[in-house]
Design a protein around this ligand. Structure first.
Ligand SMILES: [Zn+2]
Length: 1151
């Protein structure tokens, strides 16, 4: 079915959108995860080095049956009487011009987006400082302001429209604390902690045109009273939007600075008064700011405290139930330098670690000798706990929907399970920000060093309870937009002059309302059709695009999928080729389709390759598929057009026959060499010839050393690690693939890469096209059928089925005062504003950084509009729009109160992972540490109580910044251990760059669950514990997941009955650590554990690799790598040590 010439009959707003649920939404498990299921594959995919690449056995003969270049051959026959012989493929007119020379200017496809930003003025009037006044009419979202019931999906009413004021109030409550640390003296002018580590903001030199178009309100459209903050007069409780001075106390870390009088060694106690928190222990509320009177700055900051009584006795501190850590424990006197860490015995409170004398990072060995407990220094239970923060947010914010009607609301954490109700701002599943209250001036922003960034997932999957974006059709003239900045109609546009014109909320320009779009205003100035139009009342929606939004002014054809299978010796011998072919037979029935369509519009094609390429004609009229071999890979072309890309149903028999025959045809191959560049070129040429966008699924096993364009050599060199040349390991070894990527993007050719290496294959180079086309990369090192096929097949199925848009261009517009300056993710950019992706799927995230180019105002706030132009899987051209309004502040405290650390870490990790391309890894790490120290020092200096000099005081919203930052610093990309390969690092670097906030959160701070504490009678997960060895008990079994791997760790003293129930063997020693799945046993414990694992798989976009780890077994070292609060084997600091280090850095900045 071709929909590309349809008139635009979008479903009427209000109907649950047909045509949009092309594939099943993954079930939602107990955990939240905006965005959905998620991911896997780790750096550690199997046996460690030393594996020999198999060589073909002697006595193999070359397969003789392959025809020479260009000959089509019936696969079933050796005869040369193949039908449809095509003599000179080169001459085929439709195969198009020869591949474009690399490095030339952009292909014509890039010129097609005539309305998508041509002549855009990004941010409008440069000089505009007039607040954008917004009358009530354009204000969202009173209770009951949801679109009229008749047009409202039932889920919208599910929670009832809570009165906005109540919602608002509760949100404030959630952020409130008891106590009164006075936050917020205005920042001293001229404070500065040095230049930002990232790109300096561009100064506001904006060549806007038409800035004189600003039209003031007419009398009947009076602006809102100036006293009303946020322009939400009717919905606001009196205090809303105003800084609440007592909100969100800072976190002071007890024990961080010893009292002056303390000397000596040993657990002598402080007078309670010095260690006592200012706050009484309060169960429940979000705020855990302990304040501990601090010692003078001159004191060493190495103090420890015994754990609070509740956690003293056992190895399992268990999830504390309140936001407080309890009364601050007595602290210990300072130690000169850190004491030896004791890791040998579980259940001990961890002591200081060896030789951490202040230089960061400490490098001593991981102490594991048992010994007498060392003098304690800093109690891990007294420093901010990620588990506690996650638990608190869950209990405080997980119970009611997050309603987006109020500007600048900080959403619940990604680890909290919550529903979203769109009332005018995009759901946090689509956009999350580092701060929801951004500084009014660039000076303030620089002073704080808090990066202003948004993490955007434009096609995020929603849970079934939430409503997909509605599709809006504005008719032949296309979506209504601002004349000047081209922003799309949205809830923040303000209608004036009785509805005849509207004023742009981004650039203030006034635009005529097209006649067909005219509507009267009610007495409040609101259009009377306000609730009937998603683009006026919702934060996210879609527009049907007109032909003007299409390449070459032509509606697109439905996309195609091309499966390209490496059939060299390794691929065949491992059983991979047979596995892929078997799977494709069934998977082709699950290609993405638009909801009510009977079958997918996507056509498919097949290629196999080693040193040469084999194309297959699977035209439905053929009795058997035909193969055509192209052995001249130097100048790739596609030898057939008709019959290469086909409809699955029509060609079902021929395709099945082909997939049966491929494994047989190559069963005896002895070809070990492969090409790679020509494979992508072939797919690209095929899509060009078919004049469509599409995706290549390439299954590849080895470094492409065969003579061909894009040929690579093995340049791996671990000696470069920790040198200035280390960056070369992350850079592609040739520019060939960059140029190829550019051509692919122009055609909308997205490349998904499945790698099965037995040795180095240069992921950094092979991944370039995947990365720049918005594709996905999967890696299965030392692939073995028995252990890896489930994981691979699950990944493949999901990858083939998931929602994906093609030929996508994303533009982020902002209101005057800030603009998008930097972008992180898997895409290509040919200019400074448009993010281009040949393909964009529901898992891909783009992180966008903003800088000031003018002043912002507290009254008008700041607006973002993300517009994604893309082709749906049925070939329909659409625009998906996400809007988000943020608050602006003149007080630094407001910034710090509205930050989101998880998002900040997402940005910082991506920033650092890009940095390694150009700078020594150590410089990147230092820069991260420095930036965070500046962020915290600025808070300390300007927002915290002046009486607490010398203490480590963390902003409540950022109290996890040190622990999470330390995880980023210790990650394989920035600080690799000896077992981490160069390919692993390149792979992880690419993965992280496209991760959303939930994924980076669990990737850097894995989730650790005590399985033996699970309630087998409930659906819930056991409460997570902190990632430290001292939290593990020898008598228990734990699960650790990071989105790529699942480890199941078994203590040496686990009861035999539990081992029998989970593994089906009678003793610890009999547990096999090569299991890739748990045995299916009929008992409650086995069922519970397997259901937990299934649930985790559903939450991740990749199928995680299961690794069984027995305590004291060799593999335990691998597992310990993920206990991120501990000192790492590679010299990464423990959390406690890093916190001390950060404190020192901050004090230096302040002194
Ligand atoms: Zn505008």
């Amino acid at each position: 079915m071709s929909v590309n010439q349809h008139t635009h009959a979008g479903p009427p707003y209000g109907q649950p959108q047909p045509g949009y649920q092309g594939y099943q939404q993954p079930a939602y498990g107990g955990q939240p995860l905006p965005g959905v299921p998620h991911a896997q594959y780790g750096a550690y995919n199997g046996p460690m080095p030393g594996y020999q690449q198999p060589v073909p056995p002697q006595g193999y003969f070359p397969s003789l049956g392959f025809p020479s270049k260009g000959s089509p051959v019936s696969l079933n026959s050796d005869t040369s009487l193949a039908p449809n012989f095509i003599g000179k493929f080169r001459a085929l007119p439709t195969s198009g011009a020869p591949p474009p020379a690399s490095g030339t200017s952009l292909p014509s496809g890039h010129q097609g987006y005539s309305q998508f930003g041509q002549g855009d003025v990004q941010n409008g009037i440069p000089t505009s400082t007039a607040p954008m006044q917004r009358p009530p009419a354009s204000q969202p979202f009173l209770p009951g302001s949801a679109p009229a019931p008749v047009s409202q999906p039932s889920t919208f009413q599910q929670y009832g429209p809570p009165p906005s004021s109540v919602q608002q109030l509760s949100n404030h409550m959630a952020g409130m604390t008891i106590g009164s640390t006075s936050i917020s003296a205005p920042p001293p002018a001229g404070l500065g902690y040095g230049p930002p580590t990232s790109v300096p903001p561009v100064s506001g030199s904006f060549s806007a045109t038409g800035s004189g178009l600003y039209t003031p309100y007419t009398a009947s459209q009076g602006p809102p009273p100036p006293s009303v903050p946020q322009g939400l007069p009717l919905a606001q409780p009196p205090f809303s939007g105003q800084p609440v001075p007592t909100q969100r106390l800072p976190t002071e870390v007890p024990g961080f600075a010893p009292p002056p009088s303390s000397t000596g060694i040993g657990p002598s106690s402080y007078p309670p008064s010095t260690g006592a928190p200012r706050l009484p222990p309060m169960p429940g509320p979000p705020l855990s700011g302990q304040t501990v009177a601090g010692p003078p700055m001159s004191q060493p900051n190495h103090v420890s405290s015994p754990p609070p009584p509740s956690t003293l006795s056992g190895p399992h501190p268990g999830p504390p139930m309140s936001g407080l850590h309890g009364p601050p424990p007595p602290t210990h006197p300072p130690q000169p330098g850190y004491q030896m860490q004791q890791n040998g015995s579980f259940g001990q409170v961890r002591g200081p670690q060896p030789n951490y004398g202040g230089a960061y990072p400490g490098t001593p060995n991981y102490g594991s000798q048992p010994g007498p407990p060392p003098p304690k220094r800093l109690d891990p239970d007294s420093i901010p706990s990620p588990i506690q923060v996650i638990e608190d947010d869950r209990s405080n914010r997980g119970s009611e929907p997050f309603v987006t009607g109020v500007r600048g609301q900080v959403p619940p954490l990604v680890t909290t399970n919550f529903l979203v109700k769109d009332q005018g701002n995009a759901s946090p599943r689509y956009i999350r920000c580092t701060s929801y209250n951004i500084p009014c001036t660039s000076d303030m922003a620089k002073q704080s060093q808090v990066p202003l960034a948004a993490v955007i997932k434009p096609l995020a999957t929603l849970p079934p309870e939430e409503t997909l974006p509605y599709l809006v059709d504005h008719g032949e003239s296309g979506p209504v937009r601002c004349n000047r900045c081209k922003a799309y109609m949205c809830p923040f546009m303000q209608f004036i002059e009785g509805g005849r014109r509207f004023q742009c909320c981004f650039c203030s320009c006034v635009t005529e309302v097209p006649a067909h779009y005219f509507q009267h205003l009610d007495h409040t100035g609101k259009r009377v059709d306000f609730y009937d139009r998603p683009e006026l009342s919702l934060g996210s929606y879609e527009f049907l695009a007109t032909v003007d939004y299409c390449k070459n002014n032509k509606f697109p054809s439905p996309p195609a999928f091309i499966f390209m299978i490496d059939v060299s010796y390794n691929a065949v011998k491992s059983g991979l080729v047979r596995l892929i072919c078997e799977e494709l037979k069934s998977i082709l029935d699950y290609l993405p389709r638009e909801g009510n369509m009977e079958e997918s519009a996507i056509r498919v094609g097949f290629v196999t390759y080693n040193k040469v390429l084999h194309f297959y004609n699977v035209k439905s009229s053929l009795a058997q598929p035909q193969m055509m071999v192209v052995s001249d890979v130097a100048d790739m072309f596609v030898p057939l057009l008709d019959g290469f890309l086909v409809n699955v149903n029509e060609s079902r028999t021929v395709i099945a026959s082909l997939l049966d025959q491929i494994p047989e045809m190559f069963a005896d191959t002895r070809e070990t060499e492969t090409v790679f560049g020509p494979v992508i070129q072939a797919g690209l040429e095929a899509l060009k010839a078919a004049e469509c966008a599409g995706k290549l699924f390439i299954f590849h096993t080895s470094l492409p050393i065969a003579e061909a364009p894009g040929k690579l050599k093995n340049r791996d060199d671990k000696k470069l690690i920790n040198t200035d040349k280390e960056k070369a390991l992350f850079q592609p070894q040739t520019s060939f693939y960059n140029n190829l990527a550019k051509d692919c993007v122009a055609q909308g050719c997205c490349v998904d890469l499945f790698l099965f290496p037995n040795q180095y294959l240069d992921v950094a180079t092979l991944g370039v096209v995947t990365y720049q086309t918005g594709g996905s990369i999967y890696k299965y090192a030392y692939f073995q059928l028995e252990t890896d096929q489930d994981r691979f097949l699950n990944d493949l199925r999901r990858d083939v089925q998931k929602e994906v848009g093609f030929d996508a261009v994303m533009r982020v517009r902002t209101s005057t005062g800030i603009r998008a300056t930097d972008f992180f993710g898997a895409f290509y950019m040919s200019n400074t504003t448009d993010v281009e992706m040949a393909g964009l799927d529901c898992d891909k995230t783009i992180t966008v950084e903003f800088k000031h180019d003018d002043k912002l105002s507290e009254d008008s706030g700041a607006l973002l509009q993300c517009a994604l132009l893309y082709t749906s899987c049925a070939g329909q051209r659409r625009l998906r729009i996400h809007n988000l309004s943020l608050n602006c502040c003149t007080q630094l405290a407001d910034l710090y109160r509205n930050c989101e650390t998880d998002t900040l870490i997402n940005y910082l990790a991506k920033y650092a992972y890009r940095g390694v391309l150009n700078s020594p890894v150590k410089a990147v790490r230092d820069s991260l540490i420095n930036q965070c120290a500046q962020i915290l020092a600025c808070y300390r200096k300007n927002c915290a109580s002046p009486s607490s000099a010398g203490q480590l005081i963390l902003p409540e919203c950022m109290k996890l910044l040190p622990v999470y930052l330390n995880c980023v610093l210790k990650s394989d990309v920035l600080q690799p251990g000896p077992e981490v390969t160069t390919d692993d690092r390149a792979y992880i670097r690419q993965l992280v760059t496209s991760m959303d906030v939930a994924e980076t959160n669990v990737f850097f701070y894995p989730r650790l669950l005590p399985l033996t504490k699970a309630d087998v009678d409930s659906d819930s997960l056991p409460a997570a514990i902190r990632n430290s060895e001292e939290r593990l008990s020898k008598g228990d079994i734990y699960l650790l997941e990071n989105g790529l791997n699942i480890f199941v760790w078994v203590g040496v003293n686990v009861q035999q009955g539990l081992i029998q129930n989970l593994f089906g063997v009678s003793s610890f020693s009999q547990i096999s650590n090569t299991l890739s799945t748990l045995p299916v046993l009929e008992n409650p414990f086995s069922k519970k554990v397997r259901s937990i694992i299934d649930m985790l798989h559903l939450q991740r976009s990749r199928y995680m690799k299961l690794i069984i780890v027995k305590q004291e077994d060799k593999l335990e070292m691998l597992f310990k790598h993920f206990l991120v609060e501990d000192k790492s084997l590679t010299g990464g600091a423990s959390y406690v040590d890093f916190l001390c280090h950060m404190h020192k850095e901050i004090r230096q900045l302040l002194s």
